[in-house]
Design a binder for this molecule. Structure first.
Ligand code: KG4
Ligand code: ZN
Length: 347
């Protein structure tokens, strides 16, 4: 039974996990940095990199100890090599390289987005390629046709903000602190979305792309107007975001011919209202709906270890990554995808 050690350090979670080829998470540890970043209302890269550097080695040792094994029992070491905050990515990748060299095990440099993209297959053994994936996190909002391991076709992306970023900014405007997504979701449950009119950017447009910058500005204006309850603003924001996501994903489905499942992954996939709406959309199109359990949606190392397992198992001869593999601050899953028009377009 192959066992992979996964390491994640691309944003504000320091994480290590051991995952078997038959999807068992043998051990995992996550050290969140929420408290360190909370006073600043967002992730401070320098603080994040230092925290990863301090915590990662003991965290890996503890994860191995939890499983009652040593590095000698591991078959490969998979680490996030990008995209993300470069200081943190380098800490994780350099650590993985050192462990790989010291133990003479293969290094697998994992694209963090691929970790998210394959995480639903860690949770659900029956999920087959190809599937349509909505990947919505703090840095990304994309719809991808996942054709196989290493084969991703981007059908849509955001032309400005990521969806998680919009949740985080709404939280900041409403004074809910950081991290924002879960706080907005909790407050939205107490409000009435119909009491605050908010725009739905790009709704109905022919291209399936996303835009959230205008929605964020409208949230700010609604707050500044001083006449709405915060819970109503949160509820209205969440409903507008969901309406946009459903409309845009429905549009993307038109280009996803062979997909048999609609899948959601990334931090925003932890939002239960969003999951329910996407499940409804999948049902309308006769597609299965798959969403990983909540702890696998936000950043974790189990998905990185699993991406390593998928690489080991994917057809052809497995080739380990070189020990001089450079950390990548940007690393699109679909390198052939054209940049989209719009201010500050993201990969
Ligand atoms: O995937 P992730 O943990 O990190 C990145 O790779 O970016 O995603 C983090 C993002 C944050 O923007 C956070 O606010 C959002 O996911 N998020 C949520 C929820 N939980 C996390 N957004 C909406 N509702 C949630 N329950
Ligand atoms: Zn992530």
């Amino acid at each position: 039974m192959r066992l992979v050690l996964g390491i994640e350090s691309s944003c504000d979670e320091t994480a290590a996990a051991l995952v078997t080829e038959n999807r068992r998470i043998v051990a995992q540890r996550i050290a969140s940095q929420d408290e360190a970043h909370a006073p600043y209302g967002g992730v401070v890269p320098e603080i994040a990199a230092r925290a990863h550097a301090e915590r990662l080695a003991p965290l890996i040792a503890a994860t191995l100890a939890d499983a009652g094994i040593t590095l000698a029992d591991v078959d490969a070491i998979a680490a996030t090599a990008g995209p993300g905050l470069i200081g943190g990515v380098m800490v994780g990748l350099v650590t993985a390289k050192a462990l790989a060299m010291a133990s003479d095990k293969p290094l697998i440099a994992v694209n963090h987005l691929e970790g998210h993209a394959l995480s639903p297959r860690l949770a659900d053994a029956t999920l087959q390629f190809p599937y349509l994936l909505l990947l919505a996190s703090g840095g990304h909002c994309q719809v991808l046709l996942v054709e196989g391991v290493g084969s991703y076709r981007r059908l849509a992306t955001t032309i400005d903000d990521a969806l998680g970023e919009a949740f985080d900014k709404t939280a900041k405007i409403l004074g809910l602190g950081y991290p924002g997504g879960p706080a907005v979701e909790r407050l939205a449950a107490l409000g009435d979305s119909k009491k605050v009119p908010l725009p739905r950017p790009l709704l109905g447009s022919a291209e399936p792309h996303f835009s959230f910058a205008g929605l964020k500005s409208a949230v700010l204006r609604a707050k500044q107007a001083g006449v709405h309850a915060d819970a109503d603003i949160a509820a209205a924001f969440q409903q507008a975001a969901i309406d946009c996501v459903i409309d845009r994903t429905r549009r993307a489905l038109a280009g996803a011919g062979e997909a048999t499942a609609l899948v959601v992954a990334g931090g925003v996939a932890a939002n239960l209202a969003m999951r329910a709406a996407l499940e409804g959309l999948a049902g309308q199109h006769g597609l299965r709906f798959v969403a990983p359990p909540l702890p696998l949606c936000t950043d974790n190392a189990a998905m990185i270890a699993w991406a390593g397992q998928e690489r080991l198992a994917s057809g052809g001869e497995f080739v380990a990554d070189a020990l001089d593999f450079a950390a990548r601050p940007r690393w699109p899953l679909d390198p052939a995808a054209e940049p989209v028009r719009g201010a500050g377009a993201k990969a």
